[in-house]
Design a protein around this ligand. Structure first.
Ligand code: GTP
Length: 381
């Protein structure tokens, strides 16, 4: 038996308003809840049992995945009444593990889309005798990430905060959000208080001379924490740039879910997904975007790199570019939503009345549009 802990308790603030009613790991990505891709890949790598560490909108996870039989997995759910942070969540979920102290436990963030060879990471951990093995990824621009330098043998020598100056960029390796812990190491994390695994547990392990190793795997990797990454990840799955056993159709330029209606003159491209029950009218052009279930896109609308929320409506000849429209929002005809703009769930924009830009206009989320630039990715803390 190989066990895993899946961290899914975060609020997903960078993806609001999409995460107002749906936790980030359950948002549809390439037509299925994002976690379906992770669960299918974990099962394929030999994981047999997964404990979900839930907190925000906790009850929705079990309602979606039940006992896990559909994935050939045994699933358990643990809920933090108050979110315990990544390290606290791992410690809390470990109460439900069944493995022995010297056995490996896979731990993964519930928002990373990757082509990581999970089985190889596990066997590497077993062979090396490490206390913890981290998946590391090299990136061209490490400025937005915590850095993880290693020595020539792969042993981690430091955990560094985001670099502030060029001199502080001592490596291009970042923490990719997937780990293998030897079980007894998890049991040493303090119980019942907030702990960050990235900022507290890992540095403390180094201070106490624990054997923490990093394994670089440069296959596909994306932190789906921001709207731009969310649409990119979905499009990459649909186009087959990253493989998933959970993809509910053949790869191609677009994925249209059963029950959706797309007018023959509409053009879908760039890995666009049209969710169940959504409607796309004549002449609409949708590129590299996610149209969630039940949404309605009217005639001659243009949508690029954007998300249209569940049951949202986009009026005729409107255009969306890198925008997010919350669930149930109604955009009147002729509006232009420019990059970075987010429309709150249930908001109503009258026809033609708004020529929006991404200038800050913080407003109550349920009533009107708001805009904002998502903060830098924090998958690699
Ligand atoms: P942002 O609010 O947009 O930063 O997103 P997030 O809440 O998901 O935070 P982040 O991306 O840093 O979290 C990484 C992973 O850890 C995600 O899968 C989260 O669901 C999970 N996570 C973060 N904090 C907690 C927590 O306190 N408890 C649990 N159980 N999971 C957490």
């Amino acid at each position: 038996m190989t066990e895993a802990i899946l961290l899914v308790g975060g609020q997903g603030t960078r993806l609001r308003p999409l995460t107002s009613h749906t936790p980030k790991p359950l948002l549809p990505v390439a037509g299925v809840p994002f976690l379906a891709h992770q669960l299918a890949r974990a099962a394929a790598a030999g994981v047999t049992r997964i404990v979900f560490a839930t907190s925000y909108l906790a009850e929705l996870f079990e309602a979606e995945f039940g006992d896990g039989a559909g994935f050939g997995l045994e699933l358990e759910y643990v809920t933090e009444e108050v979110a315990l942070g990544t390290g606290g969540a791992i410690r809390n979920a470990a109460e439900r593990l069944r493995c022995a102290p010297d056995e490996p436990v896979l731990v993964f963030n519930g928002d990373i889309l990757s082509g990581l060879d999970i089985a190889a990471l596990l066997s590497n951990h077993r062979a090396s005798g490490a206390d913890v093995t981290l998946h590391l990824k090299t990136v061209a621009d490490p400025r937005a990430f915590g850095l993880v330098p290693t020595d020539t043998s792969g042993r981690v020598v430091a955990f560094l905060e985001k670099p502030q100056t060029p001199e502080e960029i001592v490596t291009d390796q970042i923490n990719a959000g997937c780990y293998v812990f030897t079980r007894s190491v998890i049991d040493r994390i303090p119980a019942d208080r907030v702990v960050s695994v990235e900022r507290e547990t890992f540095p403390e392990l180094l201070s106490s001379n624990a054997f923490v190793q990093g394994v670089v795997d440069d296959s596909y990797w994306l932190d789906l924490g921001t709207p731009a990454a969310f649409v990119q990840g979905s499009a990459d799955l649909v186009r087959g740039i990253v493989a998933s056993p959970a993809l509910p159709g053949p790869t191609g330029e677009a994925l249209v879910l059963p029950g959706a209606r797309v007018h023959p003159s509409a053009v879908l491209s760039g890995g666009t997904v049209v969710g169940a029950g959504a409607e796309i009218a004549e002449g609409a052009v949708i590129e590299g975007s996610v149209v969630l279930p039940g949404a309605k896109v009217a005639a001659r609308v243009s949508v690029h790199a954007s998300v249209v929320g569940r049951h949202a409506q986009i009026g005729e000849e409107s255009s969306l570019d890198a925008a997010v429209v919350g669930d149930g929002a109604r955009i009147g005809a002729g509006n232009e939503l420019s990059p970075g703009l987010r429309i709150a769930c249930g908001a109503v924009l009258p026809a033609h009345s708004v020529r929006t830009s991404a200038s800050p206009a913080p407003c109550a989320e349920q009533s009107v549009a708001f805009s904002g630039v998502p903060h830098a990715s924090s998958a690699a803390h």
